[in-house]
Design a protein around this ligand. Structure first.
Ligand SMILES: *[C@@H]1O[C@H](CO)[C@@H](O)[C@H](O)[C@H]1NC(C)=O
Ligand SMILES: *[C@@H]1O[C@H](CO)[C@@H](O)[C@H](O)[C@H]1NC(C)=O
Ligand SMILES: *[C@@H]1O[C@H](CO)[C@@H](O)[C@H](O)[C@H]1NC(C)=O
Ligand SMILES: [Zn+2]
Ligand SMILES: [Zn+2]
Length: 600
């Protein structure tokens, strides 16, 4: 392994020529692992969720989409000089989770324009392109024609203005020849079995597609053509436990028993690499512009394919290092700078930088221990400080605001799934608000709940099933992250002097991350958290909660009532809105209110 350090002089140069005032630079002294280029190389992005501006308050992921553009240009030049191919793949979920995508109508108006500056070879949709009809329409009418035959989808369809279902893409597949090595590639693209799409989209599950005649004919037809590589760009997790992928793989192998198959996955927001068999490889490249996945294959026509995979941290040190540039001037391209400028323009239009205060220190969701009341725990901070900012108010309903007896205590309950991202030291901006909690829920209240019952709800809910946020998010299984193998690696690495960052263990071992880090600690988080403001512990309590978790709260209430159905029904009878002004009072807005008061 070749370890590479930038000299102190180079570091100084970076600081002096870098002029964007808000931009943060990475640490330029991290130890990096090298990429092994192969005959055919891939860069993969997935689940970007609109993070094209980069992570302003996290140096490790501080590059923007313009830097990414320069990176791909420079790497393509290197590959071409060495007679190697480079292909770019994106596997969807470009919306929801960042102000850049979520503050426009329709959502994605500006962010898609930024995304499309990148020249992908294969692009497909994720489930976040399928929730809202206007978003699907923008995607179908703008992004699909932009990429033409490079935008494919094998199992997602769109209901066009003539009322016909058409492929959500240029075609169901792409058959093409690579520029340099002239490999014949047969590319397909699959969405996992997603049922939450809007009325203008239709997803046919893999299990069904693989039995349909048109699909079997398509595969059969390609067995009669020269194919050197089968490529599957999926919005689907690649973990060994995701059975759909294995159903697909089994069918592909019956038609292409010996041809290498390269899968790219997504949706579960993790870095991962799996081997499906000795000639079938799958890479998944994280989330939120934290990661560019790298994959290389060599000797694909021989009986001994050699491979490499790396998870590249989305920052300038990694980008410069892997393209062998020692100054930012050598690295930047005109097109890249142009995209960075476009981003700045959009950010200004949306006032994303507008600061509502300075976060004095970082708060972590799973990186700090909630159960030991760690003062770095984001969830404790929200319980103790932020939820108290909620006030009763009615915007939509034809009713008076709730004015509970002033002597009542109050509990405000939310599911932790509604908190999306850590809060980092630095500006708390309009964008931070979206990043931390983009969900717009209303608040409901159960009034005058006897204290002995109200105070049991949280514990009951935390013993219950995990509450998924709007069924949108796939939740990472913490147990899986903390496998004994991972723990052993963690303890071995933590003895070195390294910064915290991602440390991935996959089917090839634990040398996939390009930057060598100590693992971020991962603590268990509860299902729900609550603030508890009490006047007197004997007084009745108003239990306020996000309407999204209503059925869970009522379930817990019934348990807490312990067979006293009369009490349960009398409480439920009075269930009503507490605050239905979701634009003004969701958790992101409560944080903003807190910031304006305490962090300015
Ligand atoms: C596979 O190829 C690599 C490099 O091309 C070589 O070092 C290795 O010995 C080969 N293995 C087999 C089993 O042929
Ligand atoms: C950004 O905005 C400035 C000022 O309006 C304009 O001159 C420039 O062309 C814009 N840049 C891009 C890349 O859109
Ligand atoms: C947690 O710590 C905060 C102060 O950091 C304190 O106000 C609160 O009462 C503590 N809660 C528990 C449950 O220990
Ligand atoms: Zn996603
Ligand atoms: Zn997804």
């Amino acid at each position: 392994m070749h370890i590479y350090f930038l000299s102190a002089a180079t570091v100084f140069l970076f600081y002096t020529i870098w002029s964007q005032p808000k931009a943060r630079l990475p640490h330029f002294d991290e130890t990096l692992r090298e990429l092994s280029l192969g005959d055919i190389n891939f860069l993969h992005t997935t689940d970007t969720h609109g993070w094209f501006l980069g992570h302003i308050n996290q140096r490790q992921y501080s590059a923007d989409w313009g830097d990414f553009l320069s990176f791909t240009t420079r790497l393509r030049d290197i590959c071409q000089a060495r007679d190697l191919d480079l292909l770019l793949i994106d596997t969807g979920d470009r919306h929801d989770g960042n102000g850049l995508s979520d503050l426009t109508t329709p959502n994605g108006l500006y962010s898609s324009d930024v995304f499309m500056q990148q020249e992908y070879d294969i692009v497909t949709v994720g489930n976040h392109e399928l929730y809202v009809p206007a978003v699907s329409e923008l995607e179908y009418k703008t992004v699909v024609p932009h990429y033409g035959d490079r935008f494919i989808s094998t199992n997602v369809e769109y209901l066009n203005d003539k009322g016909e279902y058409v492929v959500f893409g240029h075609d169901r597949y792409r058959y093409f020849t690579t520029e340099v090595k002239k490999y014949n590639v047969f590319a397909l693209s699959f969405m996992f079995d997603f049922k939450g799409g809007n009325e203008r989209v239709r997803v046919t599950p893999i299990e069904t597609v693989v039995k349909e005649d048109w699909f079997l004919d398509l595969l059969e037809k390609h067995t009669r053509k020269p194919v050197d590589l089968v490529l599957v760009a999926g919005h689907i997790p690649i973990s060994h436990s995701w059975l759909e992928l294995y159903v697909l793989h089994g069918v592909l192998r019956t038609f292409f028993p010996d041809i290498p198959i390269q899968y790219f996955g997504g949706h579960s927001h993790i870095r991962d690499f799996t081997l499906l068999d000795d000639r079938a490889f799958a890479l998944q490249s994280g989330r939120y512009c934290e990661t560019v996945g790298f994959m290389s294959l060599s000797n694909i026509k021989g009986d001994n394919v050699t491979i490499d995979r790396k998870y590249i941290d989305f920052n300038l040190q990694s980008f410069l290092h892997h393209t062998k540039r020692s100054t930012i001037e050598q690295f930047n391209t005109d097109e890249g700078l142009q995209v960075s400028e476009k981003l700045t323009n959009y950010s200004n239009l949306l006032k994303l930088d507008e600061s509502f205060g300075k976060v004095p220190r970082s708060y972590y969701i799973t990186g700090a221990d909630y159960y030991s009341n760690d003062s770095n725990s984001m969830l404790r901070f929200i319980e103790n400080e932020v939820l108290r900012e909620l006030e009763p108010k009615i915007c939509h309903e034809d009713m008076d605001p709730i004015l509970p007896p002033p002597s009542n205590s109050r509990i405000v309950l939310i599911n932790t799934g509604s908190i999306r991202y850590d809060l980092y030291k630095g500006d708390f901006s309009r964008n931070s608000q979206f990043i931390v909690s983009p969900f717009k829920n209303k608040w409901k209240v159960l009034q005058n709940v006897p204290a002995r019952i109200a105070t049991r709800l949280q514990a009951i809910l935390n013993k219950g099933p995990y509450i998924m946020e709007n069924e949108i998010d796939y939740t990472i299984d913490l147990k899986e992250l903390l496998s004994p193998y991972q723990r052993e690696i963690n303890s071995r690495i933590s003895s070195l002097k390294l910064r915290y960052g991602q440390t991935t263990t996959d089917d090839l071992g634990s040398d996939g991350d390009d930057t060598i880090h100590r693992p971020v600690p991962q603590f268990a988080v509860p299902n729900v958290i609550q603030s508890y403001e009490y006047t007197d512990q004997q007084q009745p309590v108003d239990v306020v909660f996000y309407d999204f978790i209503e059925r869970y709260v009522l379930w817990a209430l019934q348990k807490a009532c312990d067979g006293d159905n009369l009490l349960y029904y009398s409480l439920v009878e009075q269930l009503t809105f507490y605050n239905d002004c979701e634009q003004e009072f969701n958790v992101g807005e409560l944080l903003k209110k807190y910031s304006l008061k305490h962090w300015r």
